[in-house]
Ligand binder design. Structure first.
Ligand code: SF4
Length: 463
């Protein structure tokens, strides 16, 4: 007689950027090996993980607020883990400080998660047997729990390859480079993710081949500075794109996030030449003024950035360019801010992420006087957002009436009667479709005529 082992359930809340989403997929892959399956309902989870982000101000407060809430409303006997950038940033002090967590782990040693979970499970069992768990509950939020914590300051020499549980079936994010060698004065990433480490081209191509064999159609090569790929191992992103392009079954390739210092003419020419590579570039400029860029330690000028944009437009007039801009960096004058507005108009971004500057601990800029009032920052971001919306809306109009090849990803979250997908240039398109036909289209490439637009998405119908 065979005994079926009951799977334990894990709930993961992911905060922050695509790197954290990729880490969550790795955590799910690792936990699958010790019999955990994902649940979307925290109240039935045996293990709840908060995958934190430290990119914004008050990240620690936000994390504490989550932990307090989760501790009060958790399935009895279940465990809580704290993972991601906040523990990595704050180090072991935080691990001993947050007593509501059973497990604390940083970004540098994620592969250790299964061991820590098993260790915590054992401690937890002893606790439950000794009747300690109800006592903890009675004491409230910050009662002491037996904790397993590991935060490695240093990165391991060899990054262990970890299993990945992918939430999506048709497109996959593939990490090609970890960390970053730049030291932008506002950015916490080098501390939380370490220096740049590229994966070998052979490993990446093997992973992409395996994904193609599983039926994945689109690959997004991911890195904090993806254009820096290979510079530490004697190759580059253009060469990697050529290798990935050869994989049969993969029909569309994208990469992000670019850095203007490492984006080369060779890379732009390669994108223009390879038919399966999306003509889509996410290249943050962060500020439209050279003085501000210098204080940010971005190491390029606006003129250099515009050279790259113009070369992209020359080779691929239809390309989609998106960017990021920080508003109210310490010392930014009104005139300097207006230079950022000008850049948005000159580039003609398809979309631009904007954010008000906020101090991140452990960064050089956090020591500088933040001399712009909150009201002024609000005023600037309102204006910038209005211009970004206007520009994006104008850009989107170029698609109206055209037929675009769309990878249909699933039902629209806002309106489940519609389907949603992305065109070759990465723009989202929502498609009117009889719900009875949804299954026919999901996961396929389909021709969609674009009928309407708004600044953020297109609307279309199947041809
Ligand atoms: S390039 Fe600058 S902003 Fe981007 S991850 Fe590296 S340090 Fe941070």
């Amino acid at each position: 007689m065979s005994i079926t082992k009951t799977k334990k359930k894990v709930f993961i809340e992911t905060l922050g950027c695509q790197m954290n989403v990729a880490d969550t997929e790795r955590m799910l892959g690792l936990l699958d090996e010790i019999d955990y399956v994902q649940t979307e309902d925290r109240m039935e989870a045996d293990l709840s993980i908060l995958n934190t982000c430290s990119i914004r101000e008050h990240a620690v407060d936000k994390m504490r607020s989550y932990m307090g809430k989760w501790d009060k409303t958790r399935k009895p006997g279940s465990m809580i883990a704290l993972a991601g950038c906040v523990p990595q940033q704050e180090g072991t002090k935080l691990a001993t400080d947050v007593r509501t967590a059973d497990i604390v782990i940083g970004t540098h040693n994620l592969h250790r998660l299964p061991d820590l979970v098993l260790e915590a499970e054992a401690k937890h069992q002893i606790n439950l047997l000794n009747g300690i768990e109800p006592a903890i509950k009675n004491k409230g939020v910050y009662a002491s729990r037996p904790q397993v914590a590991e935060i490695w300051e240093e990165l391991p020499e060899d990054i262990p390859e970890t299993p990945i549980f992918r939430k999506t079936k048709y497109y996959a994010w593939v990490n090609v480079i970890y960390g970053c060698n730049y030291r932008c004065t506002y950015c916490i990433v080098p501390k939380t993710r370490g220096d740049q480490r590229s994966r070998s081209t052979t490993d990446i191509v093997s992973e992409v081949q395996a994904l193609a064999a599983e039926g994945f159609k689109e690959i997004i090569l991911l890195g904090q500075n993806v254009d820096g790929y290979g510079l530490d191992i004697g190759t580059n992103l253009a060469a990697l794109l050529r290798e990935v392009h050869k994989v049969d079954g993969i029909e569309r390739i994208k990469f992000l996030t670019s850095h203007p210092c490492d984006m080369t003419y060779e890379l732009i020419e390669t994108v223009a030449e390879l038919p399966k590579v999306s003509k889509y570039f996410h290249v943050p400029i962060q500020a439209g003024n050279d003085e501000v860029l210098k204080r940010m330690a971005r190491r390029y000028t606006v003129a250099r950035y515009m050279e790259l944009v113009n070369y992209i437009r020359k080779l691929m007039p239809e390309a989609s360019i998106t960017g990021d801009i920080i508003v109210g960096f310490p010392g930014e004058t009104h005139e300097q801010f207006m230079d950022s507005v000008k850049v948005v108009q000159e580039v003609g971004y398809d979309a631009c992420n904007t954010a008000i500057y906020s101090k991140r601990p452990f960064t050089p800029a956090a020591e500088w006087e933040d001399n712009i009032t909150h009201a002024e920052k609000q005023e600037r971001i309102r204006l910038l957002n209005a211009i970004c919306t206007e520009v994006a809306e104008k850009q989107a109009l170029r698609y109206v009436g055209k037929v675009e090849k769309v990878l249909v990803e699933g039902k629209s979250v806002r309106n489940p009667d519609r389907l949603t997908g992305r065109i070759f240039n990465n723009k989202t398109v929502n498609i009117e479709c009889d719900p009875a036909l949804h299954d026919k289209y999901i996961g396929t490439f389909a021709d969609v005529r674009i009928t309407r637009t708004n600044p953020w998405a297109l609307r279309g119908e199947f041809v």
